[in-house]
Design a protein around this ligand. Sequence first.
Ligand SMILES: Cc1ncc(COP(=O)(O)O)c(C=O)c1O
Length: 400
Amino acid sequence: MSFLSATLDRVKPSPTIAVSTKARELKAAGKDVIGLGAGEPDFDTPDNIKAAAKAAIDAGDTKYTAPDGTPALKDAICAKFKRDNGLEYTPAQISVGTGGKQILYNALMATLNPGDEVIIPAPYWVSYPDMVLLAGGEPVCVEATAETDYKLTPAALEAAITDKTKWFIFNSPSNPTGAAYTRAELKALTDVLVKYPHVWVMTDDMYEHLVYDGFEFCTPAEVEPALYDRTLTCNGVSKAYAMTGWRIGYAGGPEKLIAAMRKIQSQSTSNPSSISQAAAVEALNGTQDFIPANNEVFKRRRDMVVEMLNAAEGISCPKPEGAFYVYPSIEGCIGKTSPGGVKIENDEVFATALLEEKGVAVVFGAAFGLSPCFRVSYATSDENLKEACTRIQGFCASLN
Ligand SMILES: Cc1ncc(COP(=O)(O)O)c(C=O)c1O
């Protein structure tokens, strides 16, 4: 009898966390490494949010809460959905979890039966397919290439739908590409979904506020109200409010689904941290002024990184609408050999050679389901980015 669960054989550890760990180890060993793997803002949590957490501790707000969120936070989330997305949810339609990750996981655990299919556009956030597998479902990954700006076409979506499709996972702006769907592009997808009433929509709006050049964010239930009754609108405070360590994510959706998610959470983590929930109330209800200020910085970095990467031999890098990632193709580097004697056969080999020979840590595209590419997170200082891109240019120029 095996001690470990057979379910574990179906999944792999997060490759993005693996890259960050390797970069940290090399740094600790004295190597000059620049990490472009991080999936979190390099800004500090704003002071008003920290103050709310301190006040919560002093007020004795340090006990268990309702399993899926305090009334104050659920009210703040309902107000946020109305304000930002024009969506009406009651507190009974809201679930708060320990990060956006737990929300998505709870929803999949609450709904998937063996054989159920989940459509995931690729490139995708690394956790989607493995979460589906952990929950006993079948990920159906559909490629959205650079030709369509890494956006899924309505025809590709429709072709992937079967009788077994339970969910369509949608993520805009996207991790790893930064691509965000315009209202017209999203409407073209929702027009397909309207025709298939058995397919539910799990929209991961984690990067909603991180959009540039006046881009207008939109979300499926807002664009197509007919989908409201079968959409789970997921979001969180991790990225826009620089609160990755606080672990608060949330969703709005049909009461029956929210109740099922609550049941799972009540038997696993009980509730998200009471202190983090108080901080999240301030994040959602307090000033939002730092968001455009942070976005100015992100936009400047995006522009610099895209320009420098496009100047590297063999690399082509689309300019995305949002998040803090770019996803360049290394098609022009494949088949060449590095000064260290490594033949660049695929993007994993490229990323490993880049780390070992030039000390730049990026995540290879295969981890996100679309090759040959890599992901750069530009949530690090301008100096780091400039130096890293200069090293990437040098690495590409040295290939032959
Ligand atoms: C697309 C996407 N969804 C969800 C998450 C998870 O967010 P959280 O840190 O709140 O669990 C991330 C984090 O990297 C993400 O990139």
